[in-house]
Design a protein around this ligand. Structure first.
Ligand code: SER
Length: 320
């Protein structure tokens, strides 16, 4: 990776990945693109262009002008938004992906796009979900993710395009909140713990899902992209996870830092149904074996860091 183009660069992953990539590969070598513009370091501290990923022509022009050799395609709608607007999700998630793959094919770029635990469904084995297993998701997001995994495999087999991907669990970070996902509760709970020492969860007790802290997710993307291609058997859909948790487990970890923290429930049936269709925990053995995946943050270590960083963020805001 020398000249990288990132789509969806102002989203939850992109806003931290771009900063990290610029540290590693050089500020001017990482072109960030998004459908909107905000005054943050992604836009102000390096090359940035407005891009709607459904406009394949413009994506091609930006990538060509940047002389991109790597395309990291992040722009997508998450699971709950996709359920509310299924046709928009199909057009954006699949249309954007096909455009990005075509640009990568025309310019011979290495390619990364994330898949998700949402690529599994109710008939998938729920515990320690294998790398290769039944994938019959019941959400539009899941349909997009399975189709995306297959499409990336197809571009590899048919056109020898170097496509790679990870099935991300819920990603937790203190920089940019996710929007419209089912696992978002696991981020909100930390913000609310810092702001008011209480949280009302829309996901029910005993609903276990995989999660991972953002620094581990960023490292996983870079490690996978830098891995020796000949070692990769599961190119576009590696299971990765650092923990399997329910709301109570996170609350218990928060109480080790904030003893007065209170958790209550008001379950949202739509997001609960999505969560119930996903695995409790997935098996990341293929990632460990094929490219050395090893997350650094478990629940307690992540919780300490999240609470510290969010307290600093809010005391800074309060003081200004
Ligand atoms: N975090 C995503 C969501 O909840 C799953 O990939 O939609």
């Amino acid at each position: 990776m020398k000249k990288i183009l990132v789509t969806g660069a102002l989203g939850q992953i992109g806003s931290e990945l771009v900063v990290k990539l610029r540290e590693v590969y050089g500020e001017h070598n990482v072109m960030a693109t998004d459908i909107r513009r905000t005054d943050n370091e992604v836009v102000c501290n390096g090359p940035f262009e407005l891009l709607d990923v459904t406009d394949g022509r413009r994506m091609f022009e930006i990538a060509k002008a940047h002389q991109a050799d790597t395309l990291i395609h992040l722009a997508a709608l998450l699971s709950a938004t996709a359920e509310a607007k299924p046709l928009l999700a199909w057009n954006l998630n699949m249309g954007g992906l096909v455009n990005a793959l075509e640009v990568a094919r025309e310019l011979n770029c290495k390619f990364f796009t994330p898949s998700s635990i949402g690529a599994f469904g109710p008939t998938t084995p729920k515990d320690n979900t294998p790398q290769d297993t039944i994938q019959r998701p019941t959400t539009m997001y899941g349909v997009n993710k399975v189709a995306g995994e297959l499409l990336c495999d197809y571009y590899f087999q048919k056109f020898s395009l170097d496509t790679r991907g990870l099935r991300f669990p819920g990603l937790i970070s203190y920089v940019t909140p996710p929007g419209g996902g089912t696992t978002d509760y696991a981020v909100e709970i930390y913000y609310e713990a810092v702001k008011r020492q209480a949280y009302t969860s829309y996901i029910a007790k005993n609903t276990f899902m995989d999660m991972m802290y953002m620094p581990d997710a960023l490292k996983a993307i870079i490690d996978l992209m830098e891995a020796d291609s000949s070692r990769l058997t599961h190119r576009n859909a590696f299971n990765v996870t650092a923990m399997s948790v329910d709301p109570e487990a996170i609350a218990t970890a928060i109480r080790r830092q904030i003893p007065e923290f209170k958790l209550s429930y008001q379950v949202d049936p739509v997001r609960q149904a999505i969560a119930d269709s996903w695995p409790n925990s997935i098996d990341a053995t293929a990632s460990r074996d094929e490219w050395g995946f090893k997350p650094e943050f478990d629940l307690d270590k992540m919780t300490k860091d999240m609470l510290l960083k969010l307290s600093q963020k809010y005391s800074l805001v309060g003081a200004s």
